[in-house]
Design a protein around this ligand. Structure first.
Ligand SMILES: O=C(O)CCC(=O)C(=O)O
Length: 308
């Protein structure tokens, strides 16, 4: 009797999850085709940003490969870089102190190897926050909007300290190949705040594997399929297909993570970076949450849209 009830409960749960999933997928499609994204595409088309040569080059590379990389100071100025670098150094001191005292810092369940500056604790960020200033600059935002062909939302802003771990550990969570399932109109920015070599958990990507790209391994679907095995990536994309982003401190990577990516398996020392996510208004995340409150005072409608 008890076993029968357990079986029934499991079945009911499965049905409920399938219904919920269908609801989420339908909501995404509705916002993608009719609601939020249509409005945001119209706004973009009415006021297409004027890009300079560097920005145009970035958008072209993103269109073709789904990623591009360059020194931070080729897009944004040296003074801002120095502020971001200082912010990173302070975060490292604070994090290493916490870890030395036996604390864990701000981590998310299942991804304890990444200590976050803000995580999802509702930070209030303004002009005094260097990385937030970079993320809300028109230089970067215009690239995101021009690539996504709409006014994007800035849904996540953070600093990450990826802790060193033994080589014998198994890769877990985002250390494995996966695609982000909450939106196909995605642009993530990563700025290395430590030198990143092959053993420091470099970010990796399969160029062209982004939604609509020329090397799609599996078509993108909202709520997706999580992890993809190494064998499938090699078999379908080819063993030479992977771009591994080693690079010095100050390297900026822009990437559409609706494509296959992984990173953060740092065995030679910690990896420190600043990260941000630009997405469309239809993103399952933008519809539900953002990890900060903006205290940035601006009358610029493009920036206001991104942070609201
Ligand atoms: O830590 C990394 O390099 C991977 C990050 C990642 O998977 C993501 O931001 O979606």
């Amino acid at each position: 009797m008890h076993r029968q009830r357990t079986k029934l409960a499991k079945r009911a749960n499965r049905v409920a999850s399938a219904v919920e999933r269908r609801g989420i997928v339908a909501t995404y499609e509705l916002h993608e085709r009719l609601l939020g994204n249509r409005r945001s595409r119209r706004r973009f088309a009415a006021e297409t940003p004027e890009l300079d040569e560097t920005q145009r080059r970035l958008v072209e590379a993103l269109d073709h490969d789904g990623y591009v990389t360059l020194p931070f100071t080729e897009l944004l100025d040296e003074e801002l870089w120095q502020r971001v670098e200082r912010q990173g150094a302070e975060f490292v001191v604070q994090t290493e102190r916490t870890l030395a005292e036996g604390g864990q810092g701000k981590v998310r369940a299942g991804k304890e190897f990444v200590v976050r500056r803000w995580s999802f604790e509702g930070a209030t960020l303004g002009a005094d926050d260097a990385w937030f200033t970079a993320c809300t600059s028109r230089r970067l935002l215009d690239v995101a909007n021009a690539y996504l062909r709409l006014w994007a939302k800035l849904s996540y802003v953070d600093l990450w300290y990826t802790a060193q771990q033994p080589e014998s550990d198994e890769r877990v969570a985002s250390q494995n190949w996966h695609v982000d399932f909450d939106d196909k109109h995605l642009l993530k920015a990563f700025v290395y705040l430590s030198d990143v070599g092959p053993e420091s958990g470099p970010f990796e990507y399969v160029p062209g594997s982004q939604a609509g790209g020329n090397r799609v391994v599996r078509p993108w679907v909202p709520m997706g399929y999580g992890r993809v095995d190494d064998d499938e990536v090699t078999a379908r994309a080819g063993s030479d297909a992977v771009a591994t982003f080693t690079g010095p401190k100050g390297t900026l990577i822009l990437c559409n993570t609706s494509g296959l990516h992984r990173g953060g398996f740092a065995t030679a020392g910690p990896r420190v970076l600043a990260t941000a996510t630009y997405c469309s208004p239809a993103s399952l995340k933008a519809l539900s949450n953002r990890n900060y409150e903006s205290a940035r005072e601006t009358t610029d409608p493009v920036v206001r849209f991104a942070v609201s």
